[in-house]
Unconditional design. Structure first.
Length: 302
């Protein structure tokens, strides 16, 4: 485990097997729920400096290419690995050396095993690795991080000081915010999704207060020109993050009042408390009630 450490790319590589990423990927590992990924195309966007984003199906991927190799954030679904690797080849002929997961959900971790078998060094929070390694369908060893951490880690690679910043008990209990200071980019994973209400996934250790703390941490870290890359949805600035936080807090206050009045989750959901805020959210119907019920569960547990 790496705690309170600063890792140089060359130093880490000295104690790890040399990667062979960009060799032909292994056969994709099918996700639990079968879906047709044959028509999915991977789009590549140059966001800032030598930082790129990849969009396909599932969570957004971040890529920092350069002479030291490729640093990657998240892996989407397993059947897309070959397409993702091909897309990365269009911006770099260097091997993929490291990949960090922002959280445990399969649209961000599904390709881990494929990348691990290609020789990519996987990194994650301790809690994320433990969740992948256990449960009804434990992930195989190749899908698990070989470097874990539970405090801020800095990677010196491709002229960047990549900071892996833990966000405790937010969307899940294994969230990581990834900061690229020279590119002036922050990737949040799913504790911030610019198109949806927040979601503290209590089954994976998430909490509403952790989400708020994570959003406050982004606001404190970001400058006026920082590009904030959500797990899903358009890239935003800290202004949108603050507005998102304020919306979440206002809705949570209403839910908490009804919980204290002894209302049930069904009664609170039926009250349509999100109506006042739905105009601020791109996908309110799909995520509003889910957020409300998560808040009810959390406030009731208190």
């Amino acid at each position: 485990m790496c705690d309170r450490v600063t890792l140089g790319a060359a130093c880490v590589a000295a104690v790890l097997l040399t990667t062979t990423a960009f060799a032909q990927p292994p056969a994709p590992v099918a996700p639990a729920a079968q879906a047709d990924y044959s028509q999915v195309q991977i789009s590549v966007t140059k966001l800032s400096g030598n930082f790129y984003t990849l969009d396909g199906a599932g969570g957004r991927i971040g890529v920092l290419p350069g002479p030291d190799g490729v640093f990657m954030v998240d892996s989407q679904f397993a059947p897309l690995t070959e397409k993702i690797v091909a897309a990365i080849k269009t911006i770099s002929d260097r091997p993929i050396r490291y990949m960090v997961n922002t959280h445990v959900h399969p649209d961000h971790t599904g390709g881990n095993e494929n990348l691990g078998k290609m020789g990519v060094t996987l990194m994650s929070r301790d809690q994320l690795r433990a969740r992948l390694a256990t449960g009804v369908r434990p992930s195989p060893p190749a899908a698990l991080a070989t470097i874990t951490y539970n405090s801020t880690v800095t990677m010196h690679m491709n002229g960047e000081d990549i900071q892996l910043i833990p966000v405790p008990s937010a969307h899940t209990d294994g969230d990581t915010m990834v900061y690229f200071p020279k590119a002036n980019v922050i990737m949040t994973g799913d504790f911030y999704r610019s198109i949806q209400y927040p979601y503290p996934d209590r089954s994976s250790g998430g909490s509403f207060q952790g989400l708020v703390d994570g959003l406050n941490a982004v606001i404190a870290l970001a400058g006026p020109a920082t590009k904030i890359v959500p797990g899903h949805g358009p890239v935003v600035s800290r202004v949108e993050i603050a507005a998102h936080r304020d919306t979440a807090l206002a809705l949570a206050a209403k839910v908490e009042v009804m919980v204290k009045q002894g209302k049930t989750a069904d009664e609170i959901a039926a009250a349509k408390l999100t109506n006042e805020f739905d105009g601020r959210i791109q996908q309110p119907a799909a995520t509003g009630e889910r957020f409300v019920r998560a808040l009810v569960a959390e406030f009731s547990a208190r």
